[in-house]
Ligand binder design. Structure first.
Ligand SMILES: C[S@@+](CC[C@H](N)C(=O)[O-])C[C@H]1O[C@@H](n2cnc3c(N)ncnc32)[C@H](O)[C@@H]1O
Length: 390
């Protein structure tokens, strides 16, 4: 340890036990297994803690917390897809990774405020972290009742069985465990960690496990770090298997593989704790959020392998515009009771439109066209923050 490094707090017995159990027989803990435990272990994981990760009292903001206009805009593609699929009221609305339910509650409220029922009979909250799932159910139930829809909680998408409907995934994929590898003169070495007494320290091993999916990029330069996520491939396979008609709407931040290789030679792993970025991921596992940029090139390819068809792919700012954001903003402005409220509204709108600059919206359609009700599937109506906003 150098003088510049902060003192490493001991890990705590439960966490140390879980990390040791995830390690290889020689003690090496590959990064994806570390990330899985650090974020999602039901006992010691970051998302399992009672303290909420989102908002001022948490660690970071996601778009639904910046302004309710985000959820109100997303209600538009939900409304149009529900009308297309199930005017008879047979549509699932799924929030995949809903966190504390702020987004889904906002979408449901906007749908209910808009009058005429959009055919949704069931709202499914697919959330693996138990405390967040409870919060999401509590937030979603009142507006769901107004629509006459039931709220169901599930831990996986597969548990819902066949889905006809709309699946929304806002910042789900950036939070998936990634493998990390560094290019060496002989090939690649896998990055991860090792337990050193009561502490966890960075480590590297020759790449031993199969890469899975696509090969690692041959264009990577010596010493550069590449991240890829078998977990994302698995989630897309699940979506391809279970979405029989309708859409998967992915909203997330990411870059193309070539951009990642050229612009992020050390990878994109980001840590945030108490709205501060950049802490060593191994310093306080379970207390720090971990995320990476989504590799959009691999995401599209994995979706295509899973039988999902890409229908739209655009920057989030553009998608919000297409979903009627300017009209929603104007309506909200008219409801403002004071000049201060109006300024706040405009600042939030500016943040949504220009702060989430690396965010894209990718809409995929279920692969089996025969299962859809309408042969002419219309597109949805055209009507500075870092990726995770600290
Ligand atoms: C970054 S948060 C985003 C929360 C919310 N969508 C929002 O925009 O505020 C990611 C959420 O996805 C959940 N999550 C991660 N992997 C999941 C999985 N495989 N299945 C269900 N939920 C998952 C996490 O527990 C967390 O609540």
């Amino acid at each position: 340890m150098t003088d510049a490094e902060p003192a490493r707090p001991p890990l705590g017995e439960a966490l140390r036990r879980r990390l040791a159990a995830g390690a290889e027989p020689d003690g090496f803990l590959p990064f994806d297994r570390f990330m899985e435990i650090a974020l999602y272990d039901p006992e010691v994981g970051y998302y399992a803690r009672p303290r909420p990760p989102f908002g001022g009292a948490g660690d970071f903001y996601t778009a639904p917390r910046v302004s309710p206009l985000f959820a109100a805009a997303l209600a538009e593609p939900v409304r149009s897809e529900a009308a297309r699929l199930g005017p008879d009221g047979s549509v699932h609305l799924v929030d995949w990774g809903p966190g504390d339910g702020t987004l889904i509650a906002g979408i449901l409220s906007a749908l209910a405020d808009g009058g005429a029922g959009p055919g949704i009979f069931e709202v499914d909250l697919v959330e693996r972290a138990a405390p967040l799932a409870r919060a999401a159910v509590a937030r979603a139930e009142p507006p769901a009742r107004r629509l006459g829809a039931t709220v169901v909680r599930a831990e996986t998408l597969s548990a819902l069985g066949p889905i006809r409907g709309i699946v929304i995934a806002n910042e789900l994929f950036d939070a998936q465990p990634v493998r990390r590898a560094r290019r060496t003169a002989d090939g690649w070495e896998e990055l991860g960690a090792r337990l050193d007494g009561e502490r966890l320290v960075a480590a590297a091993e020759p790449l031993r496990r199969p890469v899975g999916g696509l090969p690692l990029p041959s264009a990577a330069e010596l010493g550069s770090v590449f991240e890829w996520s078998p977990a994302i491939d698995g989630l897309l396979r699940e979506a391809g298997d279970h979405l029989v008609a309708g859409r998967l709407v992915v909203l997330d931040y990411g870059l193309e593989e070539a951009e990642l290789l050229a612009g992020h030679p050390l990878g994109t792993l980001q840590t945030i704790r108490a709205h501060r970025e950049g802490e060593d991921p191994f310093l306080r596992p379970g207390e720090t959020d971990l995320s990476t940029f989504v590799n959009l090139t691999r995401l599209r390819q994995a979706a295509s392998r899973a039988g999902l068809r890409l229908r739209a792919d655009r920057p989030q700012r553009e998608a919000l515009g297409d979903w009627g954001f300017p009209a929603l903003l104007e309506a909200a402005r008219r409801r403002c009771g004071s000049a201060e409220e109006e300024v706040r509204l405009h600042l939030a709108a500016k943040n949504l439109l220009f702060g989430f600059e690396r965010f894209r919206v990718l809409e995929f359609e279920a692969g089996d066209p025969a299962a859809a009700t309408s042969p002419a599937a219309p597109s949805p109506p055209v009507g500075p923050a870092p990726p995770r906003a600290p």
